[in-house]
Design a protein around this ligand. Structure first.
Ligand code: DX5
Ligand code: ZN
Length: 211
């Protein structure tokens, strides 16, 4: 089971220190929420920020691109040091092509499903898919409440996907709802506010693992 802290909820005035703190906790990756002010209202990190933090840690960098015309940006984030690039089907006209570009750059692929996006979109991109990410909230900010209807989506994915596939839940995860998500079949969790609002990040991650 993987826990992937979202750096969006970290203290933006000391991202480097925050990454070093997370590295000591046994977290499985750093999750970068990239927003462009169009796909989402907010604007967050560009590829330069990620590239500048790449040298601080060996942890997997998962880059979650919430940007339109995503195919224009994939190479920059690959060169910045992403290990996995997660995209939304709504962000590109040619989804299979965009996922294939990520693969051709030697990176793992993730497909993020908004709360109202059906799992049907996966049917024809199995061959270029390493991870499916179920959004527990609408993209745009951390600290939102988990949308319960996504539990059924996790169960449907569990039935559809090979056991080796990473099924990740992103948004609204707490020690109160993570068990339900695990029981439905999720094996990876992004967490922003739950971890970073806790004074002790290791304790928070441990609690999520044990819940
Ligand atoms: C939402 C982002 C999430 C979010 C998670 O657009 O994709 O990764 O930062 O934050 P919490 O865990 O606080 O919902
Ligand atoms: Zn995310």
């Amino acid at each position: 089971m993987k826990i992937c802290p979202s750096i969006l909820s970290a203290d933006p005035t000391k991202l480097g220190e925050e990454i070093r703190s997370i590295e000591k906790t046994g977290a499985d990756s750093i999750h970068w929420d990239v927003m462009d002010g169009n796909f989402t209202e907010a604007i967050t990190f560009g590829h330069h920020i990620i590239a500048n933090h790449r040298k601080l840690t060996e942890l997997r960098f998962d880059v979650h691109l919430m940007v339109i015309n995503v195919e224009r940006h994939i190479e920059n984030f690959a060169l910045a040091g992403a290990d996995m690039i997660i995209i939304h089907p709504e962000s590109t006209i040619h989804l299979h092509s965009s996922l294939s570009i990520i693969k051709s750059l030697g990176k793992k692929t993730g497909l993020a499903l908004n709360p109202t996006t059906s799992i049907n979109v996966i049917d024809y991109c199995f061959d270029v898919l390493d991870m499916v990410l179920v959004m527990g909230v609408n993209p745009g900010s951390s600290g939102q409440e988990f949308i319960q209807s996504q539990l059924r989506k996790i169960s449907e994915l569990k039935n559809l996907l090979p056991a080796s596939m990473e099924i990740c839940v992103d948004g609204g995860i707490t020690d109160q709802n993570i068990r339900q998500c695990k029981e439905c079949g999720a094996n990876s969790f992004v967490s922003g506010s739950y971890i970073f609002k806790n004074a002790n990040y290791s304790n928070a991650i441990q609690k999520l693992k044990e819940s």
